[in-house]
Design a protein around this ligand. Structure first.
Ligand code: MGD
Ligand code: MGD
Ligand code: SF4
Ligand code: MO
Length: 761
């Protein structure tokens, strides 16, 4: 562990000051220098001496200035009066919530209130910690999040194998000599479930030392363009490819478990489960020749330091959990799991469940503790699939959703069946949105509570050090003092929490914060609790900072409140001006395991069972034309389209299509195409017939039979306040996708490989 000595970056503008800010926009978590003068942002750069990101920045990092200054960003609560959302005071907003939410809970019970939480929550400590507190207080089964549009399959597979939802193995890229990337485009996304600023630089270094990078993706992506090889795959066929690779490793005697043999159970079951998937059986369905599949398996197995990394393309499909599981199976049986240069488990300084409790054994995970009323979708990680939200609002009966609290999410654009959900939201008795914009979702709310500028809050990543390519602890202070009178979001979440507890809209939220902390510490520290509370109180901190201090001090690198004086606490992390490096990833099996067996469960029963579904699907013909998504550097899901620096430039929401398909379907470059679901749900008759339209971009980058449209667009709905985005609204991919399609194990939405029809518009 090295703590750099304090230093300040030179200021380029006279009178200007440079302030450190960790970027909260994507998972790369870059350390930035924000240059300010007279309360304004002058420039933003990558922080050269950041111990983790070393000066990297992408165009979205610069756009923090636009976000801070955006006149459309909400600065005051809104309350619906006579049908219109109107500015209100904070007190008025919370009084309205108390007046309308409590009777719903009293009359219809806790499940009548749903909570839906979005992507930025993972990036904001205050939102993450205080949403969890709020959800506990509400006590509803109807909890939804962007996780079921994203990584739930990976979390489920990891949970089953290693006993904890967040034990996700990540590539140790700096020591790897062969990387197989499946369904991820870190050149555009900057990495996901893998915090890796400057992927490009690291990939270049890998190749410079003689290593190889291979990409499996239906589209020749920006990542494929910097790789040694790209193999297009039919969307949704990853489970077959991976099963065939596992098959090859076993069939050719290439399996070597090494050190992990002692800690792994279920190898024979896995071998049996892939018996019917030799490369020849899957090649046509994958669109990848059998010889190529074998060669990939051999290269992975025979390269000393190698790994497979797979991301959202392998999760948002009907075999998301199986694919996610088989990736780890491959890494393990080729000797690359938990080994340098392979897929390893980070050792986060705070908040990591796989550093808590007794090492090496645990309770494991449970799912299916309840299920959704209408479709019977099982609970996973305390949530129901977000794609059942509309039907749970629409369908009468006990447990019907009558009120909704959204936190930093925009499911009207980000979830399949958006138009249906929008109609459902209008039938709610009450809705509260925590958001910084009046957008496609928050426009439906009765009360909108704005968050603050991303330059006005402090920052520590709770989530991403658990997925980082290197261990680190970094904190940044607010760049600007908070706008007077604008409470931080954690306090607003506490105030809602107090209302739900019956303490009233004017409850003392700081007292409630103390009370909740006391409960946490008592659970954690038992008889030591009073001493721990006294030590925490000595710092004078409240809210997320105090919880962070607790987490750091009791974490694996912590000072244990003085028992380990050289260890970490928040004072030390704050004193390091550009972070503390905690070193490269190191092997963690068996210590990180939290399964009841104390072993890696290589063959979870549900996965073995689901292989039958995969076998059946392999026998069926694949659809003729399917759609996939796309991410671009200057975009971030649905909410950064209102920032001028990012919005300028060429039209991004285009339909990529292969020249053969364009010819067959009579589509010309630049002309509008109409995209419809091939088999839309009946509840969507109107919008399903209509579909969406987007300009055609003809390119051999997508394989024949596949079209690609980015998600997060469709800013042409009324009653929003997104003036820049509305100028070029784009088309909503999720108005075409089918909300009924889910991976049955994880409940994750199927966003990739969905059958569509495309016609000239
Ligand atoms: N078809 C298709 N759909 C997809 C995907 C895909 O690949 N294809 N990807 C999916 C993925 S991976 C994800 S994560 C989801 C994301 O789904 P969501 O989380 O629903 O969508 P975002 O666009 O990230 O919306 C974030 C919201 O948070 C608000 N916000 C930003 N900062 C703050 C803040 O500090 N406080 C508060 N209160 N609000 C804030 C923004 O204004 C916006 O409304 O989209 C998913 N949807
Ligand atoms: N610029 C930008 N960065 C972002 C975001 C953003 O919207 N814009 N969103 C952030 C979020 S919330 C997330 S979760 C991450 C996601 O990060 P990534 O997982 O890297 O996301 P994508 O860039 O969508 O890459 C997924 C790839 O999977 C491919 N794919 C689609 N279907 C299949 C399939 O069936 N099989 C295979 N093998 N590949 C398939 C797609 O063509 C695409 O190239 O990005 C984050 N970073
Ligand atoms: S890569 Fe992500 S974290 Fe880094 S500057 Fe860009 S948006 Fe911010
Ligand atoms: Mo995501």
């Amino acid at each position: 562990m090295t703590a750099p000595t304090p230093s300040t970056s030179p200021a380029a503008v006279t009178g200007a000051e440079t302030r450190y800010r960790i970027c909260p926009l994507c998972e790369a978590c870059c350390g930035l220098d924000v240059q300010v003068a007279d309360g304004r942002v002058i420039a933003i750069r990558g922080r050269a001496d950041d111990v983790f990101s070393h000066g990297y920045i992408c165009p979205k990092g610069y756009a923090l200035k636009d976000l801070h200054e955006d006149p459309d960003r909400l600065r005051q609560p809104l309350v619906r009066r006579e049908g219109q959302l109107q500015p209100a005071t904070w007190d008025e907003a919370f009084e309205e919530i108390e007046r309308r939410l409590l009777p719903i809970i009293e009359q219809h019970g806790r499940d009548a209130v749903a909570l839906s939480v979005g992507n930025p929550t993972a990036h904001k400590l205050g939102l993450l910690l205080y949403f969890a507190r709020l959800a506990r207080a509400v006590g509803s089964k109807n909890v939804f999040s962007a996780s079921t549009l994203d990584q739930m399959p990976k979390q489920l597979a990891s949970g089953w194998m290693y006993g904890s939802w967040l034990s996700v193995a990540v590539p140790d890229i700096e020591r790897s000599d062969f990387m197989l990337i499946i369904g991820a485009n870190p050149m555009a996304s900057n990495g996901s479930l893998w915090t890796v600023p400057d992927f490009r630089g690291k990939a270049k270094a890998l190749r410079a030392r003689g290593g190889r990078l291979v990409v499996i993706d239906p589209r020749r992506t920006e990542t494929a363009a910097v790789a040694d090889a790209h193999h297009p795959i039919r969307p949704g066929a990853d489970v077959f490819l991976l099963a065939a690779m596992v098959h090859t490793v076993f069939a050719e005697g290439l399996a070597r478990l090494g050190r992990l043999a002692e800690w792994t159970v279920g190898v024979d079951e896995v071998r049996a489960a892939v018996a019917e998937f030799p490369p020849e059986a899957v090649a046509a369905r994958c669109g990848i020749p059998a010889d190529t599949i074998r060669a990939l398996a051999r290269e992975l197995a025979t390269t000393e330091r190698a790994c497979v990394y797979a991301r959202i393309g392998t999760c948002t499909q009907e075999f998301g959990t199986l694919s996610s599981w088989l990736v780890d199976v491959l890494n393990l049986i080729t000797g690359h799991l938990d080994e340098p240069g392979g897929a390893m488990f980070p050792h986060a300084a705070a908040f990591a469940p796989n550093t808590q409790g007794a090492p090496g054994v645990g309770r494991g995970i449970v799912t299916g503790r309840h299920s959704s009323r209408v479709s019977g979708a099982p609970e996973v990680m305390g949530e129901l699939p977000i794609t059942v939200m509309a039907e749970e609002i629409e369908t009468p009966g006990p447990g019907q959703i009558r009120a909704l609290i959204t936190l930093a999410c925009n499911p009207v654009l980000s979830a399949p069946g958006g138009p249906r959900l929008a109609r459902a939201l209008d039938t709610l008795d009450f809705m509260v949105s925590f958001d910084i914009y009046l957008n496609e979702t928050s426009r439906h709310a009765d009360v909108v509570l704005p968050g603050m500028s991303p330059l006005e809050d402090e920052h520590y990543d709770a989530t991403f050090p658990q997925f980082s390519f290197r261990n680190h602890a970094r904190y940044s202070e607010p760049v600007f003092p908070p706008t007077p009178g604008h409470p931080p979001e954690w306090q607003n979440l506490l105030r809602l929490n107090a209302i739900v507890r019956g303490l009233g809209a004017r409850a003392d939220v700081l007292a409630l914060d103390d009370q909740l902390l006391e409960q946490d510490v008592t659970r954690l520290a038992g008889a030591q609790a009073p001493a721990v509370l006294a030590a925490l109180a000595a710092s004078g901190r409240r809210g997320p900072d105090r919880l962070l201090d607790l987490a750091l001090r009791t974490g694996p690198h912590g000072d244990l409140f003085g028992l380990k004086p050289s260890g970490l606490n928040l004072d030390k992390v704050k004193a390091a001006p550009a972070g503390i490096d905690l070193g490269p990833l190191a092997p963690r099996v068996p210590e990180m395991l939290r399964t009841p067996s104390g072993r890696i469960e290589l063959a979870p029963a549900a996965c073995l069972q689901d292989m039958a579904r995969a076998r059946a699907r392999l026998a069926e013909p694949a659809p003729e034309l399917v759609i996939i998504g796309r991410r671009e550097v200057r975009s971030n899901n649905s909410w950064m389209h209102n920032l001028p620096t990012l919005a300028k430039g060429p039209e991004r929401c285009t339909l990529m299509i292969h020249p053969d398909d364009a010819r067959r379907l009579g589509l010309a470059e630049g002309a509008l195409a109409r995209i419809r679901a091939a088999a839309p749900p009946a509840q969507r008759a109107g919008d399903a017939v209509e579909g969406v339209t987007a300009p055609v971009a003809i390119t051999t980058d997508v394989m024949p039979g596949v079209v690609s449209l980015p998600h997060g667009w469709g800013h042409d709905l009324p009653d929003t306040r997104l003036r820049v985005a509305a100028e070029r609204p784009g088309a909503n991919l999720n108005a075409v996708l089918d909300e009924r399609l889910r991976d049955p194990l994880s409940g994750n939405a199927v966003l990739s490989g969905v059958a569509v029809t495309v016609t000239p518009a």
